[in-house]
Design a protein. Structure first.
Length: 433
């Protein structure tokens, strides 16, 4: 088997690409896929909006029993990068999310200050560290695109991080592309808006020294350099956050447009890797940091996970239970990394790989239609005024119930009541027999 059973056993994989997205449940995207356990009535970003998610799930593997370990981004970015959230995060996230607590302390900034850069212990740091710590300790090369970079909020006593969009962890300082923009819904994940010539009035047209029109474009600029040099980092972390959406704020792309933009970005990334000389020894993992208490007929934590590699068995549906730590454990095994804590140590790895490269052919990204990519929110959109006053600059600064209500009614219409939030499958008497 290409995936080792134990840490340190031989692996055919040389490269792992780890993509984290933002806040969608399984049913929201895959509820329309008959191969899985979905509810089409809860599918608001179906195949028309997310053709690449659907095509990749159909060509590689559909995981319909995958769950985020976290509730929100505060613990989600720790579960997704460290396999757990420490006691400070678990205790303080609910308080800070009530809007009565501290600032967002959970991606390397404490009260707005990148404390690790000042030699001060980060209160949210899990005791086992982060996955990039394990990569560094093993001496592997790694590159970061958007993980744990500074947010624009001010620091204690008026201090700010040294510079916005800079790494908040010492081990990321020399391994981060600072021209790859952090969480910012006004900036595109993909080049779809360029291809369709469909910017929004409030859109940021470019970012960084190279004036990249999208996150993918900046990542691709560096990736092309690695191809020319014949050397690719063993581990790459890429943040593609725009499926979070900016609600219905006027002048911004609509929720469907932002999710479609995010969809094309993952298609573009897979196409680039699959057409490179590194494809035969690469595995790509896509997941959400959390499901943001979204609508799903099984559980509000059930979410997306895509695994893309030539060695993923073709066109399968895997109904076994997996979670965030399962994805981390799989990546650790592929790279020969020890676990970070007990959670990832005992998590079941993703058993989706076969003995032969059944999916070796290059992938071709599917461009969503211009009618969707060009959608922008009007001032008359459902709760547009509320969306305009919410803070979308920082992760999870918008109450999840409010954003979920906005998305549901904007996509389903103002007259259809939202379904109840599900926390676990409630079995009836017949199901228990």
């Amino acid at each position: 088997m290409p995936i080792p059973e134990r840490t340190g056993e031989p692996s055919i994989f040389e490269h792992v690409v780890y993509i984290i997205k933002e806040n969608r449940t399984y049913d929201q995207l895959f509820g329309d896929m008959p191969e899985g356990n979905g509810d089409p009535e809860l599918c608001v970003f179906g195949r028309e909006v997310t053709p690449n998610h659907h095509a990749l799930a159909e060509q590689f593997v559909l995981l319909d029993n995958f769950y985020c370990c976290a509730e929100v981004s505060a613990d989600g970015w720790n579960w997704s990068t460290a396999g757990m959230a420490n006691a400070y995060t678990v205790r303080n996230a609910p308080y800070s999310y009530s809007r009565r607590g501290r600032e967002y302390d959970y991606e390397g900034q404490n009260n707005g200050v990148a404390v690790d850069l000042e030699g001060v212990l980060d209160v949210a740091r899990p005791p086992g560290g982060y996955i990039w710590d394990r990569v560094a300790e093993k001496g592997l090369t790694y590159r970061n695109y958007g993980f744990f970079v500074s947010f624009p909020s001010g620091g204690a006593d008026g201090r700010r991080p040294a510079e916005e969009n800079t790494p908040t962890k010492r081990r990321l300082l020399e391994h981060t592309d600072r021209d790859f923009l952090r969480f910012d819904m006004a900036y595109a994940d993909s080049d779809a808006w360029v291809i369709h010539d469909a910017p929004a009035p409030q859109q940021r047209r470019s970012y960084g020294r190279h004036r990249a029109p999208s996150r993918f474009a900046e990542w691709k600029r560096e990736f092309d350099g690695y191809v020319r040099a014949g050397r690719l980092p063993r581990f790459m972390m890429v943040r593609l956050p725009r499926d979070h959406t900016q609600g219905t704020a006027a002048g911004y792309h609509s929720p469907r447009a932002m999710v479609a933009d995010n969809d094309y970005a993952i298609g573009q990334l897979v196409e680039a890797v699959s057409r490179s000389p590194f494809w035969s020894r690469t595995a790509i993992f896509f997941l959400e940091d959390d499901a943001q208490n979204g609508f799903d007929h099984v559980d509000a934590h059930r979410s997306l996970c895509l695994v893309v590699s030539p060695f993923v068995e073709r066109s399968t549906a895997d109904h076994r239970f997996y979670n965030t730590d399962s994805a981390l454990r799989t990546m650790e095994l592929l790279l020969g990394l020890p676990p970070m804590n007990q959670y990832d140590a005992i998590a079941p790895p993703l058993r989706v790989f076969g003995d032969r490269p059944e999916n070796a052919e290059p992938y071709r990204a599917l461009l969503p239609p211009r009618a969707i990519i060009a959608e922008t929110n009007a001032r008359t959109a459902y709760r547009a005024a509320d969306s305009a006053r919410f803070n979308f600059r920082d992760a999870d600064a918008v109450p999840d119930a409010q954003l979920n209500d906005i998305l549901w009614h904007a996509l389903k219409g103002p007259g259809l009541p939202p379904p109840p939030i599900r926390y676990g499958l409630r079995l009836g008497p017949a199901d228990r027999d």
